[in-house]
Design a protein around this ligand. Structure first.
Ligand SMILES: Nc1ncnc2c1ncn2[C@@H]1O[C@H](COP(=O)(O)OP(=O)(O)OP(=O)(O)O)[C@@H](O)[C@H]1O
Ligand SMILES: [Mg+2]
Length: 228
């Protein structure tokens, strides 16, 4: 079994009497240490897939196993703990906490995971430096540019040394040079610790530098996903 193995995934959103079937029978697997890029048009279900893979939402059908753990067999509490210990999430809209500084936002998962306050802050500082934000550590999110906020969110996702990084357009607001820097930091984590990464991106350059590209594409209702 692959490190991440999703099989026959189905997801529908129901609201009132309207229902949106995002996908059905979607298979995707990622080997340990691999970087998989997910590409596809807006609205195809990339963020939805990432949320399912990270255990933030439950699938309506199919199975997901990460590092040998089957999500369907876990309670919501167990899944939340697994997520906190093992998964780093970079959201499409970065969700920084406005009343905390950059370094406090980055340290937050460590504090939640009971890492000592000082140790988490030191680690946060190192990550921010690696991402070119050493001199912005004490700034609040509203004092940072969009791309700087995005890098803070990336540092936060890496703080707890996740085994799985799920990133939703992590370089969406970044210029070429800064995207490069972010990509290098993710690569270094892969080399050092065998981090497995799934990265949603509209950036063809970034996608081509991942180990594999998974294209989500609507063909017929039951078959809209293929690999390239
Ligand atoms: N909470 C929700 N309720 C109803 N429909 C939803 C909900 N969230 C997403 N959708 C629909 O599901 C589909 C997939 O959405 P998703 O956000 O996964 O797309 P995406 O591929 O990430 O798009 P983008 O590239 O624009 O970020 C879209 O048609 C969207 O309108
Ligand atoms: Mg999206």
């Amino acid at each position: 079994m692959a490190f991440l193995d999703a099989c026959g995934l189905a997801k529908k959103y129901e609201s009132g009497n309207a229902s949106v079937e995002v996908f059905r029978a979607l298979d995707v697997s990622v080997e340990r240490g691999e970087a998989l890029a997910i590409v596809g048009p807006s609205g195809i279900g990339k963020s939805t897939l990432l949320h399912l893979l990270g255990g933030l939402d439950r699938a309506d059908g199919g199975t997901i196993a990460v590092d040998g753990r089957n999500y369907a067999a876990m309670s919501n509490d167990q899944l939340a703990r697994f997520r906190n210990d093992k998964v780093g999430f970079v959201f499409q809209f970065h969700h920084l906490l406005p009343e905390f500084t950059a370094e406090e936002n980055v340290a937050m998962p460590g504090w939640i995971g009971r890492m000592p306050r000082g140790a988490a802050l030191r680690k946060a500082t190192v990550l921010l430096e690696e991402l070119g934000l050493g001199d912005r550590a004490r700034h609040f999110p509203n004092q940072l540019s969009g791309g700087e906020q995005q890098r803070v969110a990336i540092a936060r996702a890496l703080l707890s040394d996740p085994v799985l990084l799920l990133a939703d357009e992590p370089t969406g607001n970044l210029d070429v040079e800064t995207s490069e820097r972010v990509f290098e930091v993710m690569r270094r984590c892969q080399e050092r610790r065998g981090l497995t990464a799934v990265i949603v991106t509209h950036n063809p350059e970034l996608a081509s530098r991942c180990d594999r590209v998974f294209e989500m594409k609507r063909r017929s209702p039951s078959d809209h996903v293929r690999e390239i």
